[in-house]
Design a protein around this ligand. Structure first.
Ligand code: DQA
Length: 153
């Protein structure tokens, strides 16, 4: 489906629900996906999902977004902290980006304090567990609306 929101998840997020639940919660990525699909259905917004543990696959999907997505929600996992290639890919496609993290990366180890996604994102949401994704979706819906309005005028 063309247009709408693309939600990208990076390395290790396929293990959500099993992986360090005290930090990342007990919901699986499939459950989060279902919740977002329900929100999107209510709002009549198309939403697509992509998860990969491989940086190159994430980059390829970001490039593909030029033809099929209007807003990107991304939790790049650990790649957020060091992937110049993901930073460049997001910059290259020039689609509005919302950065998401389940945990509060600024309250954790120092190596998580820097994000290379943040400088190419319109904004970011972190620290609210699965609610971070919900809030990101609300922001994405607003961005979509605004962009569609300004494209009409
Ligand atoms: C994470 C935070 C990252 O530091 C970590 O490497 C992850 C998950 C989060 O959602 O809190 O994989 O992006």
């Amino acid at each position: 489906m063309s247009g709408g929101v693309l939600c990208i998840n990076g390395p290790n997020l396929n293990l959500l629900g099993q992986r360090e639940p005290s930090i990342y919660g007990s919901k699986s990525l499939a459950e989060i996906q279902q919740e977002l699909e329900e929100m999107a259905a209510v709002d009549g917004i198309a939403i697509k999902f992509f998860q990969s543990n491989h940086e190159g696959d994430l980059i390829d999907r970001i490039h593909q977004a030029r033809g099929d997505s209007e807003v990107i929600i991304i939790n790049a996992g650990a790649l957020s902290h060091y992937s110049i290639a993901l930073h460049d890919a997001l910059r290259a496609v020039a689609i509005p980006v919302i950065e998401v993290h389940l945990s509060n990366i600024y309250a954790r180890e120092e190596f998580r304090h820097n994000s290379l996604i943040a400088p190419v994102a319109q904004g970011g949401i972190y620290g609210f567990g699965t609610l971070s994704y919900h809030l990101a979706f609300l922001a994405a819906g607003k961005i979509l609306q605004e962009n569609r309005k300004s494209n009409l005028s």
